[in-house]
Design a binder for this molecule. Structure first.
Ligand code: UP5
Ligand code: MG
Length: 195
């Protein structure tokens, strides 16, 4: 696909900040394709015969960022398939969370229009993740993994947000409000960009 034929919005925010929840709402209203990097990695990990299964499993449990080659290949494949079906607008959720990924993706795949960033206090995210962990079956929804995810987010992923902020390409939304209130702020931020 030609990079100028696709629109990409990055969706970032700490673990449990509500990226997936808000993306699901945006998909309904604006007909984006929602690509969660974490979901793609979990699917690849579960795929029979995947050469990366063990590696992904280990990185996710440790809250570490899987090497960019793996994640970017999965995203590229997903965008290619959707593009064949006429889809051109993508919400890329939980990516890029390391500087190298941001640079490689924008060079190799497509530049981002902007980044939607969910700001959230750690206690709020912690409470949500522990609650979800009771039923999610995710190997990283436990207190040890959550602490590691928070550390990685601050040290490795926040620099990406700051990088896009310097380019005035970040829409910040606070996430510790009810889902509908957060969504109202998301809509306001987005309409602004499209008007
Ligand atoms: N909830 C949501 N919004 C709420 C609200 N406003 N009020 C009250 N409750 C709210 O939400 C989390 C929980 O909170 C849910 O129970 C929800 O109902 C509730 P969700 O929308 O799932 O939040 P989200 O930000 O999507 O949280 P998630 O856990 O998915 O975030 P992570 O960023 O940690 O997870 P992700 O799947 O993106 O990544 C997992 C791991 O994959 C990473 O740690 C990393 O190891 C690996 N990874 C990479 O290596 N590279 C990548 O590029 C991406 C991932
Ligand atoms: Mg998610």
């Amino acid at each position: 696909f030609p990079s100028d034929k696709v629109s990409v919005i990055f969706v970032l925010g700490g673990p449990g900040s509500g990226k997936g929840t808000q993306c699901a709402k945006l998909v309904k209203e604006y007909h984006f394709v929602h690509l969660s990097a974490g979901d793609l990695l979990r699917a690849e990990q579960a795929r029979e015969g995947s050469e990366f299964g063990e590696l992904i499993k280990r990185y996710i449990k440790e809250g570490l960022i899987v090497p960019q080659e793996v994640t970017i290949a999965l995203l590229q494949q997903a965008i290619t398939e959707n593009f064949k079906n006429g889809k051109t607008k993508f919400l890329v959720d939980g990516f890029p969370r390391k500087m190298d990924q941001a640079i490689t993706f924008e060079k190799q795949i497509a530049p981002s229009m902007f980044t939607l960033f969910f700001e959230c206090p750690e206690q709020v995210m912690l409470k949500r993740l522990l609650e979800r962990g009771r039923t999610s079956g995710r190997t990283d929804d436990n207190i040890e993994s959550i602490k590691k995810r928070f550390k990685t987010f601050l040290e490795t992923s926040m620099p990406v947000v700051e990088y896009f902020e310097k380019q005035s390409k970040v829409i910040k939304v606070r996430c510790d409000d009810p889902v509908e209130t957060v969504y109202k702020h998301v809509q306001a931020g987005i309409e602004d960009k499209f008007s």
